[in-house]
Write a protein that binds this ligand. Structure first.
Ligand code: CMC
Length: 444
């Protein structure tokens, strides 16, 4: 097909020519950068679902056909052939590492795995039942006051990225240990990235953890599956903060907060909560499906549907297979897996889900896999964040390196009151009819 170069917009009796941009996989974008200046009009796009906020060379997603590639490599090839550290390097630096580059990057990961001893006190300040995502976001912001940030232009940006990737893993494991009231287990130089994490989570001074090679392999794959997903909610948060030229730690902390939401990365915890509710409701799967179909937001089938995939999420397919393999190999029984399989089977035949093209997404099976590894439910979104971190770093770097990048500043369509006369306080009437002031609550 001939390349389209121009789009034409008619607004009343005026017409405007708009340039068309074509991506490397053929996606077509109408460039409206100059539209407001030339026509006075802005575009309206609820949730930005039709808006490309940037040009990016990191990840390609084709939601219609269930395709996901990072820096040109298919997700299946990466999951089958690489360690998480190799893929992290690929995301941040744009190319798979050579053996020498990987060795250097792994050395940095080891060298920077500890956190400043003063930061240990912070953990004690949080209530014991704090959500680990709250701790993670606060600790990552705190890193900016302890560790110098090398510029993205520095040839050793390796160190900055390795420092963050390594320390976030340590913070994640420490926050779990603190929630258990258990002594912290420090990272070890002799262990790989994923083995180190499992050791920090499950080892104790009285009962050393025996590294389970199979679980290390699965953890590598799970983290790779989460490594990036183009301009999703948390990545957009990271880029938005980066667009104001805020530092890397601040931007990543914003990404962690966005990821926490149950419609985004928090869905993995919400899936396990939902499956437990169904289990405690006499395993009434059909009732849960009917409730999800009734349209109430809070009854949605968690782990189902996706803003971009209108097909089976390729990551969910891989997770499901990993689940099947691990559970049959180890002869594990988890009633939640049986409920999840039944939910999927019924939903995929039900016209409500079929007509809306709602399929399992990445979060549907990951929680069950993590449970099998001993990771508690409230740590599930932290696991997502660990995996997504290299993607966020790459997206931050791409934003700050782009000399043409502008500060993110969307417009709006104002729907509030028109200009009105100012009223002094003694003449004001209650603004909202029937409004009753809530009682004053002391000592909140
Ligand atoms: N259960 C029941 N109905 C659903 C669901 C669901 N999980 N998801 C969407 N729908 C319905 C929705 O009510 C709407 O119906 P109608 O056309 O009658 O109004 C229709 O499907 C289209 O939904 P939408 O709200 O336009 O979909 P969206 O693209 O804006 O939202 C989503 C995508 C992921 C937020 C949504 O599917 C959802 O809430 N899913 C459950 C939460 C979840 O699993 N999130 C993880 C997403 S993947 C990982 C990640 O991003 O981190």
């Amino acid at each position: 097909m001939a390349r389209i170069k121009k789009a034409n917009l008619k607004l009343g009796n005026k017409s405007f020519d708009l340039p068309v941009i074509t991506g490397s996989e053929g996606e077509v974008g109408v460039d409206i950068t100059s539209l407001r200046k030339t026509s006075g009009a802005v575009t309206f796009d609820n949730g930005f679902a039709n808006t490309a906020s940037c040009k990016s060379a990191i990840t390609f997603v084709d939601g219609e056909n269930g395709i996901l590639r990072h820096r040109g490599y298919d997700i299946v090839d990466l999951v089958e052939n690489c360690s998480f550290v190799e893929v992290a390097y690929l995301l941040v630096h744009g190319a798979l590492p050579t053996a020498a580059e990987l060795k250097r990057f792994s050395r940095y990961l080891n060298q920077h795995s500890m956190i400043h001893e003063n930061m240990h006190h912070f953990f004690s300040g949080f209530p014991a039942d704090s959500h680990p995502m709250a701790i993670l976001a606060s600790m990552v912001t705190s890193l900016s006051s302890f560790y110098p940030l090398l510029s993205h232009r520095d040839p050793t940006f390796d160190i900055t990225s390795a420092r963050l990737i390594s320390k976030v893993r340590t913070i994640a494991a420490f926050s779990y240990k603190k929630s258990q009231g258990a002594p912290l287990v420090y990272p070890r130089y002799d262990l790989s990235y994923c083995a180190n994490f499992l050791n920090m989570m499950f080892s104790s001074p009285v009962d050393p953890y025996e590294i389970d090679v199979e679980l290390v392999r699965i953890l590598n794959k799970l983290l790779i599956l989460h490594v990036d997903h183009e301009q999703n909610c948390s990545t957009t948060a990271v880029r938005l903060i980066a667009s104001a030229r805020a530092n890397l730690y601040a931007a990543i902390s914003a990404g962690i907060c966005a990821l926490w939401g149950p419609l985004h990365g928090g869905a993995n915890q919400a899936v396990i909560d939902m499956l437990n509710r169904i289990k405690n409701d006499n395993r009434n799967v059909k009732k849960a499906i009917e409730r999800a179909k009734a349209g109430k937001h809070e009854d949605r089938l968690m782990g189902f549907g996706h803003a971009v995939y209108k097909n089976y999420d390729p990551r969910a397919r891989l997770c499901k297979k990993m689940c099947d393999d691990l559970f049959s190999k180890r002869d594990i029984n988890d009633p939640l897996l049986d409920i999840a399989r039944e939910l999927e089977e019924i939903a995929l035949k039900d016209d409500y889900f079929v007509s809306r093209r709602l399929y399992p997404n990445v979060d549907f099976y990951t929680g069950i896999l993590y449970r099998a590894m001993g990771i508690p439910t409230n740590m599930l979104t932290v696991m997502f964040a660990l995996g997504r971190l290299p993607g966020w770093i790459a997206q931050w770097k791409e934003t700050v390196e782009n000399r043409k990048a502008r500060i993110y500043r969307p417009r709006q369509i104002y729907t509030g009151p028109e200009k009105r006369r100012f009223v002094p306080i003694d003449q004001r009437k209650p603004g909202i009819k029937g409004r009753v002031l809530p009682p004053v609550v002391k000592n909140l």
